[in-house]
Design a protein around this ligand. Structure first.
Ligand SMILES: [Zn+2]
Length: 165
């Protein structure tokens, strides 16, 4: 996920990551079974996220249909979650202003659960964790987990309130 305030560099949108229209963005990603091979994928995801100044990135965005997401939390910590599952969510829905590396030059208001409870393998900690996230962190997690299910943020836009980035 990207944010307007962070801006986005003017680079060719057709190199990396994959762009809307690519069928790989619409696949249901596979659960990771073998954690031993994660290192290389994680390094590649980190490199792309940094290059494009992304708050979050999902493995299918770099053509790898496995359930791995990266995000930078509001506290500045970078997290890699493997096989993330939302096991609880607030009933309160709030608007989240989002952009996406795979949907260039568009920003829109997306309805998201204000908070979620996540269960995932935390790559940095090397163990399974259950954690609660709210607001920006929660929105970013919902956005990235959507990617694992072939959903793009535009699919959830109710008001056609597109803002040019
Ligand atoms: Zn995205």
């Amino acid at each position: 996920m990207t944010r307007t305030k962070r801006g986005r560099k003017e680079e060719s949108p057709f190199n990396f990551p994959l762009q809307i229209g690519d069928p790989k963005l619409r696949e249901i990603s596979k659960k990771v079974e073998n954690y031993d091979d994660l290192g290389k994928i994680v390094e590649e995801m980190k490199s792309v996220a940094r290059k494009y100044d992304a708050l979050g990135l999902a493995a299918p965005q770099i053509g790898i249909n496995q359930r791995i997401i990266l995000l930078t939390l509001q506290n500045g910590k970078e997290k890699i979650f493997v096989n993330p599952v939302i096991i609880g969510k607030s009933s309160k829905i709030v608007p989240s202003i989002e952009g996406c590396l795979s949907v260039p030059a568009l920003v829109a208001s997306v309805p998201r659960h204000e908070s979620i409870r996540l269960k995932a393998f935390d790559f940095g900690k090397g163990k399974e964790v259950t954690e609660d996230f709210k607001e920006e962190d929660s929105f970013c997690l919902q956005h990235e987990i959507d990617h694992l299910n072939g959903i793009l943020f535009l699919d959830r836009v109710e008001e056609k309130e597109m803002i040019k980035n």
